[in-house]
Design a protein around this ligand. Structure first.
Ligand code: FES
Ligand SMILES: [Fe+2]
Length: 337
């Protein structure tokens, strides 16, 4: 199987931190002509949409630190609500109304602009030069006309992105947290699953019999393939005996140290006439079962050092491998990976 389309371009970032990765901050439809406030890695952002696309700046006016998100946009320029300085879509200050008409604008008068792009219905932002591309699907299934995609849910959890992602990769909790939904309650022993290190992160797979769900019948042997894309995206690909493929993809947005937004997207090539709500109903039940457990974990941030907490070689293999990957990514201010 070709993995070529998963995260390929990477620039030369010697010691990447979380700021060197793309993270989703919102749905595309959330960015409108007028400014709104967003949050990423503990940094307040302002976003708006102009004729050239989306602009995302630090939510701070360089003059006296007022929030630009309280301002307004005219002709593609954002005006600070305090003294009316105006910034264009790239963050250049183009007007200081308190100076006489025609005065020079100081060169340092700039908004702090970040790289932003729209992909998969979401707005992605990198606070520093990106070390990898926006995560994609293994064979670009999201854009394949044989597949149908939809954003199933958005949820804000009171936890770190690391805890949320590890939970999504961990299948040893299924009989306890999701009995009869994702595993029979007595199927507790975890088989040895090999973790494969890839250029984008990790890959592992296993076959199992699972209870009835919107995408399989009871007793079916289904194959699960997990692809973890650094730092906070996970694709779970489920293949049923008749070749039906469902990707359940978590894109976790690290808004703040103890606050993560979970974007859950489905991409499937079967049951295309069924309403998306059928899948949403199932996954919302599962997510709610996970949320109360993950929000209870202390510390809220995930300890990436394997000296902390206790690890079982076989049942915790995905968590161990994930923490090793996270440990290679640096912190951003207060925000630890
Ligand atoms: S603080 Fe923005 S113009 Fe003064
Ligand atoms: Fe779960």
């Amino acid at each position: 199987m070709s993995e070529s389309t998963v995260v390929s371009e990477s620039t030369d970032v010697a010691a990447p931190t979380l700021a060197n990765y793309w993270h989703p901050i919102a749905e595309s439809s959330d960015l409108t002509e007028q400014p709104k406030r967003f949050q990423l890695l503990g940094t307040e952002l302002v976003g708006f949409r102009g004729p050239q696309g989306v602009s995302v700046f630090r939510d701070l006016c360089i003059h006296r630190g007022a929030a630009l998100s309280l301002g307004w946009v005219t002709d593609g320029c954002i005006t600070c609500p305090y003294h009316g300085w105006q910034y264009d879509s790239e963050g250049n200050c183009v007007k200081i109304p308190s100076l006489p008409e025609g005065s020079n604008v100081p060169r340092k008068a700039r908004a702090i602009a970040y790289q932003a792009q729209e992909r998969y219905g979401l707005v992605w932002v990198a606070l520093e030069d990106p070390a990898a591309a926006v995560p994609t699907w293994p064979e670009n299934e999201y854009d394949d006309p044989a597949y149908h995609h939809h954003l199933s849910s958005r949820n804000i959890w009171r936890c770190s992105a690391g805890r949320a992602v590890e939970n999504f990769m961990d299948f040893s909790h299924f009989p306890f947290v999701h009995p009869n939904l994702l595993a029979p309650p007595d199927q507790t022993e975890v088989p040895a699953v090999e973790m494969e290190k890839t250029d984008y992160g990790l890959m592992y797979a296993y076959d199992t019999v699972e209870p009835e769900s919107p995408s399989s019948a009871e007793g079916d042997v289904v194959r699960f393939e997990y692809r973890y894309v650094k730092p906070f995206t996970v694709h779970v690909k489920k293949v049923t005996p008749d070749g039906g493929v469902t990707f359940v993809t978590l894109m976790a947005s690290p808004r703040a140290e103890k606050e993560t937004e979970l974007y859950l997207t489905f991409v499937r090539n079967y049951a295309l006439e069924e309403p998306d709500a059928l899948f949403d109903h199932f996954s919302n039940r599962v997510l709610e079962q996970d949320r109360r457990i993950v929000e209870s974990q202390r510390p809220e941030e995930i300890p990436v050092s394997l000296r902390e907490e206790l690890h079982l070689k076989v049942p915790d293999a995905s968590g161990i491998a994930f923490r090793r990957e996270l440990a290679t990514i640096g912190s951003v201010g207060e925000y630890k990976p």
